[in-house]
Design a protein around this ligand. Structure first.
Ligand code: DAH
Length: 344
């Protein structure tokens, strides 16, 4: 009988000490399995007298029941604890900041191109494109730059054959558009695209860059129309307070030709580093389409006139976003490019 008490007490104590379900299961095996301690007590029966057996059997049964009850109760407690711990561990803190997926951003030059397209399409312009590998005919001759014209040196050219080259300006598209129009008026177009020059790359020069050509041809188109258009462009791109001024210049394909300055958007015209203390920033070349250009493309220059302008997209982007090295646009450093996602 003492032995039974001993097994019971030891068992209850072992159950009490269990800290997890694995340990508890081991205790159940140790005490209640076929080879366990309780079954071991049964083996003692054979040494008892007939009279003693029932009482002993009863005692062993009580012990078994007590242990079973204690095991079940403990199991319930431990299961609850385990569930609680699991829930605690898997708890999701919805206030923690999430990871931002690594997605690409629109290239700053594309942003400028799209902004300019929106602006001019809003004024009724269409968008035209042309080949980057161009004929000398459209890049130079039709632009009033015959072979051996000294002004060809203004643009150092990548020639592919004597008659094909990488276009040096989007003015080449202008010449294609004029030819395709077959004398039909009016024409109102912008032509964005890449252009190429044999320049040594530095902070302000790149052998490949982007331009956007503008062309309007119709009856009675005047320099005033050009000025109004560019004034609108300057205000939209650089702020409502901007003003523009024309300076006389020379391009073979326009007469008169002008260089266009915008009042400095950094200092408002007072003078600063960006405008080199002048209050003005040179932004593009423009002019009235040269009568020779109109005639060569099949227009009667006594019946129509037009204006044209060529905008450098890098220059606009550099001024607008305060970028000091043109090479940034082409080295594809994502740390640079990522800065522009906030402008989307
Ligand atoms: N093609 C000129 C250049 O690349 C820019 C330009 C000047 C375009 C005057 C024009 C213009 O259409 O009228 O330097």
């Amino acid at each position: 009988m003492e032995k039974v008490q001993q097994v019971k007490n030891d068992g209850l104590m072992a159950i009490e000490k269990c800290e997890n379900l694995e340990q508890l299961n081991q205790v159940r095996i140790d005490y209640l399995s076929k080879k366990g301690h309780v079954q071991g007590l049964m083996a003692l029966m054979k040494d008892l007298s007939k009279e003693e057996k029932p009482a002993f059997g009863q005692e062993v049964n009580d012990c078994k029941q007590a242990l079973t009850k204690a095991l079940d109760a403990k199991m319930e407690v431990l299961q609850k604890d385990a569930l609680k711990a699991k829930l605690e561990k898997e708890k999701i803190d919805i206030t923690v900041a999430g990871y931002k997926p690594n997605i690409g951003t629109v290239h700053p030059l594309m942003m400028i191109q799209q902004e300019l397209e929106d602006l001019f399409v809003g004024m009724g312009y269409s968008v035209a494109e042309g080949p980057e590998m161009e004929l000398d005919l459209y890049n130079f001759e039709r632009a009033n730059l015959p072979k051996d014209h000294p002004a060809r040196d203004m643009q150092d050219t990548f020639y592919i054959t004597p008659n094909t080259l990488l276009r040096t300006h989007t003015t080449a598209i202008q010449m294609r558009v004029l030819e395709q129009a077959k004398g039909q008026l009016p024409i109102k177009l912008i032509c964005p695209g890449k252009v190429y020059r044999r320049d040594d790359d530095d902070a302000t020069h790149s052998h490949q860059f982007m331009q956007m050509e503008g062309l309007v041809v119709g009856e009675n188109i005047t320099l005033t129309d050009l000025k109004g258009t560019l004034r609108f462009f300057a205000k939209k791109m650089f702020g409502e307070d901007r003003e523009i001024r024309f300076r006389p210049s020379y391009f073979p394909f326009t007469e008169p030709s002008v260089e266009v300055d915008v009042s400095c958007h950094m200092c408002g015209g007072k003078g600063c580093n960006v405008c080199k203390q002048t209050g003005w920033i040179e932004i593009l070349g423009a002019g009235m389409v040269h009568p020779n250009v109109l005639e060569m493309s099949g227009f009667d220059s006594s019946k129509c006139s037009g204006f044209a302008f060529g905008i450098g997209l890098e220059r606009v982007a550099m001024l607008k976003y305060g970028i000091d090295d043109i090479r940034n646009f082409y080295t594809n450093d994502v740390r640079f490019l990522k800065n522009f996602d906030r402008f989307d």
